[in-house]
Design a protein around this ligand. Structure first.
Ligand SMILES: Nc1ncnc2c1ncn2[C@@H]1O[C@H](COP(=O)(O)OP(=O)(O)O)[C@@H](O)[C@H]1O
Ligand SMILES: Nc1ccn([C@H]2C[C@H](O)[C@@H](COP(=O)(O)OP(=O)(O)O)O2)c(=O)n1
Length: 226
């Protein structure tokens, strides 16, 4: 079984997808982490992020190991553990430049599909990002568009970052500007065909995990349909 969870920044995709994977004993893939890993590597090497060819070449060369264990998430790039580094503001501020590079997307989508294929032998996977239902795994048995009001998403992200470490303008940049940039290459504001929209503004994390887990257990995996 493949469960796709797409949506804007701060809607709760990562925490919800991890919770559902835990609840149902599935693997978990954070595709945003793959874009962050390429960003980290390009920044580390001092590449011009507007040089799309050089950045795409870096994406193809990068040796990337990404955990699909919902209880033990790590990202290793060319032998360096970058699990924490990819969440730093210096990466969040520029990651959209890498995520809007179409050659980078081509390479990372290829890698994401390989990870998803492998997870099928482990019972399935919950995959979260922006283009999972529409591009990466169009055959997903369950497709969820997770949304929340902009104010709620900014408040959640603000609470997550160390108190006082980020100004209101920086928060807006991380949520509103980034979503606007990212939506030039992926449609994650409107539900695609067959996707269920869940507005998490007034739901707790636990409630969202409950709803998605229930929908998943009501969905018969395609392999069992015959
Ligand atoms: N339904 C919810 N209600 C309140 N807070 C939530 C909810 N879902 C997630 N959060 C919190 O909001 C923050 C952002 O969630 P995250 O899963 O990182 O979102 P995304 O992956 O969509 O950017 C986290 O601190 C998370 O714990
Ligand atoms: N499938 C995906 C996943 C993420 N992205 C982009 C969108 C974001 O700007 C970056 C990082 O994604 P991530 O999900 O970590 O972002 P958040 O901070 O959780 O909002 O990558 C994408 O274009 N396609």
């Amino acid at each position: 079984m493949i469960i796709a969870v797409d949506g804007p920044s701060g809607s709760g995709k990562s925490s919800t997808a991890r919770g559902v994977a835990n609840r149902l004993g599935l693997r978990y893939l954070d595709t945003g982490a793959t874009y962050r890993a390429v960003t980290w590597s390009a920044v580390e090497r001092g590449l011009d992020l507007d040089d799309t060819a050089a950045v795409a070449q870096r994406a193809r060369e990068l040796v990337l190991e990404i955990s699909t264990d919902p209880d033990d998430q790590f990202v290793i790039a060319d032998g360096t553990d970058i699990t924490a580094a990819i969440r730093e503001p210096r990466i969040s501020e520029v990651v959209s430049k890498i995520a809007t590079n179409l050659d980078v997307r081509k390479e990372l989508i290829r890698r994401q599909r390989a990870i998803i294929d492998k997870a099928q032998t482990d019972g399935g996977i919950v995959v979260e990002g922006r283009d999972i239902a529409t591009v990466v795994a169009t055959d997903a048995e369950l497709k969820v568009l997770l949304t929340a009001d902009q104010e709620a998403r900014m408040a959640r992200r603000g609470a997550e970052l160390a108190a006082g470490s980020v100004t209101a303008a920086e928060l807006r940049d991380q949520i509103v500007r980034r979503d606007a940039d990212d939506s030039t290459v992926s449609e994650f504001q409107v539900a695609s065909d067959g996707a269920v929209t869940i507005d998490s503004t007034d739901l707790t994390l636990e409630e969202v995990v409950d709803v998605i887990s229930r929908l998943a257990t009501e969905t018969v995996p395609r392999s069992q349909e015959l």
